[in-house]
Design a protein around this ligand. Structure first.
Ligand SMILES: Cc1cc2nc3c(=O)[nH]c(=O)nc-3n(C[C@H](O)[C@H](O)[C@H](O)COP(=O)(O)OP(=O)(O)OC[C@H]3O[C@@H](n4cnc5c(N)ncnc54)[C@H](O)[C@@H]3O)c2cc1C
Length: 414
């Protein structure tokens, strides 16, 4: 079969860009196909009202071993190494210190029970004390971390991430999305607005069907989200059913962000944080004036994010404004203007926030990451064993898949 390309990368998020960077120096001809009008995927910085706002990833987690830190430096982007304000409740508003201590203790106690519970159950909710006061708080935290209620989370998966995390979290003021989109090497060919509709297996290599025609390649790296893969958005031969089942066991959680602009004088101090209502499992958490900017970033997880996306932007901004007014006083209402809100669950070609493993299904990550016959390779955040759900895990998975392609196509290379 005549081939057009050695490698076609499907999807231009952090994983596709990681693969492209590795392949750029390999001598293999490489094409990246991206369905949407931009690269970055779930990394997306929008510039609104003079501010760089990350609608998707914003924090360089495990920053002291995160490859995007060096890439930022190489691109001339500053890295802000200050610790996040998440752990603090500004002036203890709506969350007295004694309650914060009790909530922390409840988290620690739940976390300690996980290992014991794991001997008979892999369901994170089974480590909850029935009807305990801080269960709604633990569900809210689960929403932020995993995008899902504890009833749907695998303990083994949760602990694998936690054991590998270094707990350092940094930022890039230009936006994580800007950094990631700027990191696609110019030598790799790119076609935007080109959704892959199907992948067929030829006698050798692969045929990649797009609206604009069919391409032939010796190999392909599939980096699309598990929602896209499990949702059948790309037609695949039935020999790949196991990969689709693995993707279905790693669903995307719900996480959404909204940004409010602060106009005029206000009671909001820079680089501070409040949890909206520690007793409400749907509550937003609010990062106030990141980098000193006149904005508040609201973050919603799990059921809270699902409800936010379902009710639409006006209801979402009203909910966030009500929560902030309840803490800071009614005067702040006149100081807050809606700027932008995400809806990752309904974003075509993404379909959610980040992957979590269902109870008993943590091994699906390795199952999804397996190559098929030296010609189809799989990457994306969900394929990383412990840095899943992150932009650095996605990047590393892309490089891992690119290494596998190089080993398969150029076996005698040094
Ligand atoms: C609200 C939110 C907050 C987050 N916060 C953080 C954070 O602070 N830190 C962190 O590290 N991570 C965070 N994440 C997670 C992080 O953004 C993702 O894990 C990472 O960006 C995923 O990269 P990826 O390449 O695996 O997938 P994607 O970014 O989804 O890339 C896949 C690409 O494939 C394309 N595609 C899909 N279907 C097709 C098709 N048929 N043909 C061609 N192309 C296709 C998509 O358009 C997309 O561009 C956050 C995510 C969200 C949603």
């Amino acid at each position: 079969m005549a081939t057009d390309w050695d490698v076609v990368i499907i999807g231009g998020g952090a994983a596709g860009i990681g693969a492209a960077r590795r392949l750029a120096a390999s001598g293999l001809s490489t094409l990246l196909l991206e369905a949407s009008q931009r690269i970055g995927g779930r990394a997306w910085t929008v510039n609104i009202a003079g501010q760089a706002l990350d609608l998707g990833c914003g924090w360089l987690h495990s920053a002291d071993r995160n490859p995007w830190v060096d890439l930022a430096k190489a691109s001339g982007f500053a890295v802000d190494r200050r610790s996040p304000a998440w752990g603090q409740q500004y002036r203890d508003l709506g969350f007295p210190q004694a309650e914060q201590d009790a909530a922390d203790e409840a988290y620690e106690a739940w976390y300690e029970r996980l290992a014991a519970v794991a001997r008979h159950s892999d369901r994170a909710a089974d480590a909850l004390e029935p009807d305990a006061t801080w269960n709604p708080y633990l569900q809210a935290i689960s929403g932020y971390l995993s995008g899902a209620v504890l009833e749907r989370l695998s303990i083994a998966d949760y602990l694998a991430y936690d054991a590998a995390s270094t707990g350092r979290n940094w930022r890039v003021p230009v936006g994580y999305g800007t950094l990631i989109a700027a990191s696609l090497p110019p030598t790799v060919a790119l076609r935007l607005a080109t959704p892959v509709e199907a992948i067929d297996l030829a006698a050798t290599g692969v045929s990649i069907v797009t609206r604009a025609g069919t391409l032939r390649a010796r190999s392909a790296i599939v980096t699309v989200s598990t929602a896209v893969l499990a949702g059948g958005r790309i037609g695949l031969p039935s020999v790949l059913d196991d990969w689709c089942h693995a993707a279905a066991n790693l669903p995307l959680g719900h996480d959404e962000k909204l940004f409010l602009e602060i106009v005029g004088d206000s009671a909001f101090d820079p680089e501070t944080h409040v949890l909206g209502n520690p007793h409400d499992p749907h509550t937003g958490t609010y990062y106030i004036r990141p980098f000193g900017r006149p904005v508040i970033e609201g973050f919603f997880g799990g059921e809270g994010a699902r409800v936010l996306a379902e009710n639409g932007p006006a209801a979402g901004f009203a909910y966030a404004t009500d929560q902030l007014a309840a803490l800071f006083g009614d005067d702040v209402r006149s100081r807050l203007r809606p700027l932008v809100i995400s809806n990752w669950s309904l974003t075509e070609y993404v379909g959610g926030a980040y992957s979590y493993a269902l109870p008993g299904r943590a091994a699906a990550r390795e199952a999804l990451a397996r190559p098929f016959e030296q010609r189809l390779f799989f990457a994306g955040e969900a394929t990383h064993r412990n840095d899943f759900s992150t932009a650095h895990g996605a990047y590393q998975s892309g490089r891992r898949a690119a290494d596998e392609v190089i080993a398969a196509l150029t076996p005698h290379a040094p």
